[in-house]
Design a protein around this ligand. Sequence first.
Ligand SMILES: *[C@@H]1O[C@H](CO)[C@@H](O)[C@H](O)[C@H]1NC(C)=O
Ligand SMILES: *[C@@H]1O[C@H](CO)[C@@H](O)[C@H](O)[C@H]1NC(C)=O
Ligand SMILES: *[C@@H]1O[C@H](CO)[C@@H](O)[C@H](O)[C@H]1NC(C)=O
Ligand SMILES: *[C@@H]1O[C@H](CO)[C@@H](O)[C@H](O)[C@H]1NC(C)=O
Ligand SMILES: *[C@@H]1O[C@H](CO)[C@@H](O)[C@H](O)[C@H]1NC(C)=O
Ligand SMILES: *[C@@H]1O[C@H](CO)[C@@H](O)[C@H](O)[C@H]1NC(C)=O
Length: 688
Amino acid sequence: MQLSHLGLLVLSLVASIGAKSTFTPARPPALPLAVKSPYLSTWQSAGSDGGNGGYLAGEWPTFWANQVTGWCGLIRVDGKAYTWMGLPGSTTVDQTAFEYTSTKSIFTMSVGGLVEMNITFMSPITPDDFKRQSLVFSYLNVEVSSLDGKDHNVQVYADISAEWVSGDRGTTAQWDYGTTDGVAYHKVYRQTQLAFSEINQQAEWGYWYWATDAAKGMTHQSGQDTVVRAQFSSNGTLTNGADTNYRAINNKWPVFGFSSNLGTVNSAPVSTLFSLGLTQDEAIQYEGSSAYAPVPSLWKSYFDTALDAVTFFHKDFTESNKLSSSFDSQVATDSIAVAGQDYLTLTSLSARQAFGATQLCGTEDKIYLFLKEISSDGNMNTVDVIFPAYPIFLYSNPEFLKLLLDPLYENQEAGNYPQSYAMHDLGSNYPNATGHNDGNDEAMPLEECGNMVIMTLAYAQETGDTAYLSAHYTILKKWTSYLVDEALYPANQISTDDFAGSLANQTNLALKGMIGIQAMAVIANATGHTADAADYSSIARDYITKWQGLGINTKASPPHTTLSYGNDSSHGLLYNLFADAQLGLNLVPQSVYQMQSTFYPTVANEYGVPLDTRHTYTKGDWECFTAAVASADTRNMFIKRLATWVNETPTNRALTDLYDTNTGNYPQNTFVARPVVGGSFAPLLVAS
Ligand SMILES: *[C@@H]1O[C@H](CO)[C@@H](O)[C@H](O)[C@H]1NC(C)=O
Ligand SMILES: *[C@@H]1O[C@H](CO)[C@@H](O)[C@H](O)[C@H]1NC(C)=O
Ligand SMILES: *[C@@H]1O[C@H](CO)[C@@H](O)[C@H](O)[C@H]1NC(C)=O
Ligand SMILES: *[C@@H]1O[C@H](CO)[C@@H](O)[C@H](O)[C@H]1NC(C)=O
Ligand SMILES: *[C@@H]1O[C@H](CO)[C@@H](O)[C@H](O)[C@H]1NC(C)=O
Ligand SMILES: *[C@@H]1O[C@H](CO)[C@@H](O)[C@H](O)[C@H]1NC(C)=O
C-alpha cells in the first residue's frame, strides 16, 4: 500500500524472475481470488500491461475496478517470515504452480525449499442450492507440509485491510472482533453507512466478516499494517490486541490479522481456513409491481443473523468444497466432450465471473436474481447483457434465467415503462432497480424485444413451465408486434454492440427480430393461441426468405452475410443465428449455417474473427455464440484462437469480452469482469 510504484515494480520483477510458475490450463489476464458478487470481486492482476505475470506474492490483489483490496499472507518457517500474498515487503515464497477450475484458484508455493503450501481460493457455485448460493462469501484455505523430509516449525498469517469496506480511502472505518460457535471473526465496516450507495463501484453499506477457526494456537490483532505484520514476522504470534482508534482507511492503514500456529509440520499436510464476505440486510431498491421498496439479501431468509450466516459458511467448507468440485467436474466433463481442453479453458474461467455479477435477493417465496452490468455502465438486469450470459444460467439451472427476467416483467407489466418496445434495463445504477418511468433508457428496441421473447421461450422449453408463457403472453405479444413492424428493415439504431455505433438495416439485428417472431409462434402454439401461432409463423418465414435476398452477398467468394443490407464490402459475426438452433426453430435454412461456417476462417485474425468490418476488435461472447452453430472445424478454430488469446493477452484485468483480434489488447473501451462471458457456455446448449 505505501510502497512506491518503483518498489512495486522491482519486487514484482523479483517475484517473477525468482519463481517460475506453471499455469494450468492457462494464465488468465487476472486470476480470480474472491469473486462472488458485484461487491465481492477481487483479482490478482497478471497480464503484461501492469500485472506481474500471475504471481500471488509481490503485488496487491485488486477489486475489479482496479483499486487495491489489501489482502496479505505471511508464513513463518523456523523463525523466518516470507510473503505468500500481497506486497508487505518481506522475502516472497516461490510460486511453482497455478491452476484454476470453475470455482477455485489454486497456488502451489515452495517456501525456501523447506515447506510446500497449497493455497486455494474458492468462490462456491451451487446452482441447485440457493441457501449456499445466496451467501456473499468466499474461502481461502492454506495447506502446508514439509518439502525436504524434515520437521519445521510453522505459523501462517493472513489479514485484510479496511480497503474492502469503501471505495473512498479517506472514509472512516470501524471494526470489532469476536468469537462465536468456534469461529473467530473480525467485523469491519464503514462507520457511516450509506445504504444502496457506491463509491468507485465498491459498496458503501454492509458488514464485512473475515473469519477463521477459533482454535488452539490462533491469535488475532487489529492495528496499523506495518505493526501487525511486523509482530507476526518477528514473533510468530499476534497480541490478541485491538486498536480502537477508528480512523480513515488510509490513515496508518488498519489491518485485521489472524495467525495460526501449526507447530511442528512434517510431510502430512496441515491446513488453516479463512472465510471472507459481505453481509447486507437490504441489498437492492426495486420498483416492481408495487411501490419502490428495499429488497433483502436472500440469505436473510435462511439465517436469523449475519453471524449465523458467517459461522454456517465457515463450518460448511467440506460440504461446500464437495458441491463446488462437483460443479467443476460437470463443467469439465461437458466442456471437454463438446470441444476439448481449449474449450474448458474458456468455460471454467468464465463461471465465477458470470455468477459474480449477480446476487440472489428477496424472500424464499419471491426470489430475484439481480445482475450488475459491471464496468460498461453499472445498469441493472440489462436485457442485452443477460442475453449473451444466458447460456451459463440455462446450463447451470434454468431457474436463474427466470429469476433474472421476473423483475423486468413485473416492472413493465405494472405499466411502469411507457414505450411500446421492451425496456433496456431495470435501472441505471446497481443496486437501484428504479426502472425507467420516463421511458428514457438506452433504447435498443429491436434488440431487447427479440431478447425477451427468445429468452422466455428458452427458459420455458428447458423447464416445461408453459404457465410462465401464458402469464406473460400479453406483453410478449406487444413486443412481437414491434418486431413484426420493425424487423424486416431495421431503422437506424444501435444493437447490443452500442460501442460500434448505430446503423440501419443491420443484417444480424434483423435476424434476431425474425427469430423472435418465430419464437413467439412457438409460444402461441404452446399456450393455445393457434391463430397467432400460424400468423407469426407465416410472417417469420416470409421475412427470412426476404432477408436472404437482402443480407447475403452471393457474389463474394466465399459468399457470406453482410453487416448491413446491400453493403457487399461488409461482413460480421452472425451471432444471432445461435437462437434459431438453441430453440430448435428451424427458421433459418441450413445453407446459411454452412455458408457462414465456410466464410469465417477466411477472415480470421490471430486472436479471432472481427465483430464486423468497421473495426478489428471482436467480442468473445459473440464468438462463442457463433462457434456454437458452426461446423466442428470452424467452431474449434474460434475456440483455439480465444484460448490462445486468454493466455497471451497483455490485458491485466478481469477477463474482457471486447478485444482487438490482432494485438489482443483493449480497443477504445475497457470492458472488464462483465457477466457476458457466460456466453462461453453457448456451445454446450446446442451440442447433441
Ligand atoms: C498440494 O496438492 C498436491 C496435489 O493435490 C498434493 O500432492 C500435495 O500433497 C499438496 N500439498 C500440500 C501442502 O497440501
Ligand atoms: C441509489 O439510490 C439512493 C437513493 O435512494 C442514492 O443515495 C444512491 O446513491 C443510489 N446508488 C447509486 C449507485 O446510484
Ligand atoms: C512472542 O511469542 C511468545 C509465544 O511464542 C509470547 O509468549 C510472547 O509474549 C511474544 N512476545 C511478544 C512481544 O508478543
Ligand atoms: C433499408 O434497406 C432497404 C432495402 O434495401 C432500403 O429501401 C431502405 O432505404 C434501407 N433503410 C435505410 C434506413 O437505409
Ligand atoms: C403449432 O402446432 C401445430 C400442431 O401441433 C403444428 O402443426 C404447427 O407446426 C405448430 N406451429 C408452430 C409455429 O410451432
Ligand atoms: C460498407 O461497409 C464498410 C465496412 O464496414 C464501410 O466502410 C462502408 O462505409 C459501408 N458502405 C456504406 C455505403 O454504408
